[in-house]
Design a protein around this ligand. Structure first.
Ligand SMILES: Nc1ncnc2c1ncn2[C@@H]1O[C@H](COP(=O)(O)OP(=O)(O)OP(=O)(O)O)[C@@H](O)[C@H]1O
Length: 263
């Protein structure tokens, strides 16, 4: 039995506490006997400037958790504290407007933030510089590679003036080399801008490469089973022995969890 929804705040976080706080968050899809318990009393804090990776078996509720934090859906019980004015989202598909130029795609985010028209072009160019796409503002998305399109999505997320970045397998569709490059860029931008990142992935090495912590969710219904601090020095390499060792430990724990549920 889950507790009633106490509060789902959009503005209580004031810069002194965690950037994201989930307290006993549960989510049931549907109602009555047909209801599906997707998340079961998940509690999780992400500090300002902290990079937290979320791992778990397929269907354990990782995307559900991100969508609740983003405010795209409501929790059934528990409370979520995050300043949603400062949250940006990135998905596996960059979801760019194909008929707009790269620059105009980024300018859309600035427009939504109320930036005056005359300033938008220059500001978009600055964000494209940050993701190393300064020369591509006039291109259309279809003229770019998959990795470049994800960089545009990252520039757009940054243009939202976010200090909380929610990422749902953002590099899952990219080849290993492009992914490595984007890991480096994301890490640089995360540090420079002191972002709090909640990053969903299926890739254990990617989680160890990037995370300050790797949080393992149980199979459905998702609940936190283990929180692994990753203290390896940065920058890390996905193919390093240290990352491989730590990833192997986490994979063992993940396998136990999957087998326990017979998935
Ligand atoms: N809108 C919805 N309505 C009903 N059930 C849903 C809905 N969204 C997700 N679910 C169910 O909730 C559970 C958790 O789904 P979710 O997509 O959050 O898992 P996930 O861990 O992100 O999965 P994957 O790793 O495969 O992407 C799954 O059983 C899914 O079928």
């Amino acid at each position: 039995m889950t507790a009633p929804l106490v509060e789902q705040a959009g503005g209580r976080i004031d810069g002194h506490g965690p950037a994201i706080r989930l307290s006993a968050v549960s989510k049931i899809y549907g109602q009555g006997k047909a209801g599906l318990l997707a998340l079961d009393e998940v509690s999780l804090d992400v500090a300002p400037g902290e990079f937290v990776c979320l791992l778990g078996a397929s269907g354990c509720g990782k995307s559900t958790l991100l969508s609740l934090v983003a405010g795209l859906d409501r929790a059934t019980a528990g409370s979520i504290e995050v300043d949603r004015r400062r949250v940006a989202l990135m998905f596996q598909e960059p979801a760019l407007f194909p008929w707009l130029t790269v620059s105009a795609n980024v300018e859309m985010a600035l427009r939504a933030k109320g930036v005056a028209k005359r300033e938008r072009r220059a500001r978009a160019a600055e964000f494209l510089e940050i993701v190393h796409l300064g020369d591509f503002g006039a291109k259309r998305p279809h003229e770019l590679s998959g990795g470049m399109r994800q960089r545009v999505a990252l520039a757009r997320a940054l243009a939202q003036d976010a200090d909380v970045l929610l990422m749902d397998e953002p590099f899952g569709a990219l080849d290993a080399m492009t992914r490595d490059l984007l890991h480096d860029e994301l890490e640089r931008i995360w540090r420079e801008r002191n972002l709090a990142v909640l990053f969903v992935t299926h890739n254990v090495r990617e989680a160890v490469r990037l995370g300050d912590r790797v949080v393992l969710l149980s199979s459905r219904p998702g609940s936190v089973v283990e929180d692994f601090p990753i203290t390896l020095p940065r920058p890390r390499r996905t193919d390093s022995a240290e990352v491989a060792r730590q990833a192997a430990d986490i994979t063992e724990r993940l396998k136990m969890e999957v087998m326990r549920h017979g998935n």
